[in-house]
Design a protein around this ligand. Structure first.
Ligand SMILES: *Cc1c(COP(=O)(O)O)cnc(C)c1O
Length: 426
């Protein structure tokens, strides 16, 4: 099975390190070869041999409408006819910026970039310039892209491959990043008490998805907001994953805890390469060309990417979308949890809206250490058995799954059937 993918992977490895352009795609932690994908439609992706899978990766988050939504495709075709890149302002950029400003409580102004990595990098630089301080606090297992100073105790692929602290990051850079355990307000308080006046920013995923999904404890986000206010620290919510995912306007709309700066990506690009960071006008106006903080991009605000993002947000803004996602997702996770229990397999099911994780552990997963104690061997068996039954999950215990608006009740029921079989097999 999967012979063609195997061949293509062999060929890819000759020319691309590890055969992939982003590490976690390689199936390294679950074993086996990655599937090469030929196309996707709605809730399904199809490999090069024509095998269909119900897709819970959704390109790692962006495809909240499902693949190839006709309205997005039509808008992209029209944009394509006008040209792919101009390196000059376009009307659509303002339209997308206006939409983001209206939707996300903390954002008064926004700068478009090309990836979540760039968004986090830009936000940190801005916070450092604004506060005239160097240090930052991040949380173990939170992932903010692969900029040097953020690859400390990083989640996502770095965790999957056991390299949360990457080689090649100078000690001098890493020294300015303090990594603390998520959901532990006491350690943040102690650290801020000791070093508060040297800390430029606290950055976190308000609902982490990059150590698998973890839910912030009551009072954690509010406590951090208070510490930032008391010590003139810039609070940055990295909502690259949670933005427009856990609700319209992101985790900040849900929690009511409003950061100073917000990073976005994934969904706001509708499947094209995008990132953005925004926040208080007073801080954002420090950016070049009107301020002293340099930041730029040849393809930033690219007309195709902006078009896909704009159409995606327009469709998401319709009434009932998040209710529908919530209903489908709750059903899948609740029923899935019951199936695991019936099979005698201890799991911890964490979910925020249409982001979910099934950790193979009997314990609650509220931070990175707890996530790390999951049985990754069992997860690997789960992953492969689900794949065999036509379900495409992220090939890592430390990633979120995503449900889209294209996932039908029938898809969810098929997935539950596959889970029932799989839990008996592993
Ligand atoms: C995906 C992600 C990033 C990185 O985005 P890229 O577009 O892959 O650079 C940063 N932060 C969070 C929270 C993410 O989920």
């Amino acid at each position: 099975m999967y012979e063609k993918s195997k061949q293509l992977f062999k060929e890819a490895r000759k020319y691309i390190p590890g055969g992939v352009n982003s590490p976690v795609r390689a199936f390294q932690s679950v074993g086996g070869n990655p599937l090469f994908i030929a196309r996707a439609q709605g809730s399904k992706i199809y490999d090069v041999e024509g095998n269909a899978f119900i897709d819970y990766v959704g390109s790692w988050g962006p495809m909240i409408l499902g693949h190839r939504h006709p309205q997005v495709i039509e808008a992209l075709k029209r944009a394509l006819e006008r040209g792919t890149s101009f390196g000059a302002p376009t009307e659509a950029e303002t339209e997308l910026a206006r939409m983001i400003v209206k939707a996300v409580p903390s954002i008064e102004m926004v700068r478009m970039v090309n990836s979540g990595t760039e968004a986090a990098m830009g936000a940190i630089r801005l916070a450092r310039a604004y506060t005239e301080r160097d240090k930052i606090i991040k949380f173990s297992g939170c992932y903010h892209g692969h900029a040097d100073h953020l690859l400390v105790k990083a989640g996502s692929g770095a965790t999957t491959l056991g390299i949360p602290d990457s080689k090649g990051v100078p000690d001098d850079v890493a020294r300015n990043t303090i990594a603390l355990p998520f959901n532990n307000l006491e350690t943040v308080k102690e650290t801020v008490k000791a070093e508060g006046r040297t800390i430029a920013a606290i950055i976190l995923e308000p609902v982490p998805g990059n150590m698998g999904v973890v839910i912030p404890k009551g009072g954690f986000l509010a406590g951090i907001r208070k510490l930032c206010d008391e010590n003139d620290i810039v609070l940055i919510f990295d909502e690259v994953m949670s933005g427009f995912r856990v609700s319209w306007g992101g985790a900040q709309s849900l929690s009511g805890i409003i950061p100073d700066l917000t990073c976005l990506g994934k969904i706001i690009g509708g499947g094209l390469p995008v990132g953005a960071f925004g926040g208080k006008k007073e801080i954002m106006e420090k950016l070049a060309p009107i301020g002293p903080v340099y930041q730029a991009g040849t393809l930033s605000g690219n007309p195709l990417a902006v078009t896909a993002g704009l159409e995606t947000l327009k469709l998401l803004s319709k009434p009932g979308t998040y209710e529908k996602l919530e209903k489908r997702s709750a059903y899948l996770m609740n029923e899935g949890g019951k199936l695991a229990e019936q099979a005698g397999i201890p799991v911890c099911c964490n979910r925020a809206g249409s982001m979910f994780s099934t950790f193979f552990t009997p314990n609650l997963v509220e931070d990175y250490d707890a996530a790390q104690k999951s049985d990754t061997i069992k997860f690997g068996r789960y992953f492969h058995a689900m794949l065999k039954h036509g379900i495409y999950l992220a090939p890592s215990q430390f990633e979120a799954g995503f449900i889209s608006l294209a996932h039908s009740q029938e898809d969810i029921d098929k997935t539950l059937d596959a889970m029932a079989k799989t839990f008996r097999e592993i």
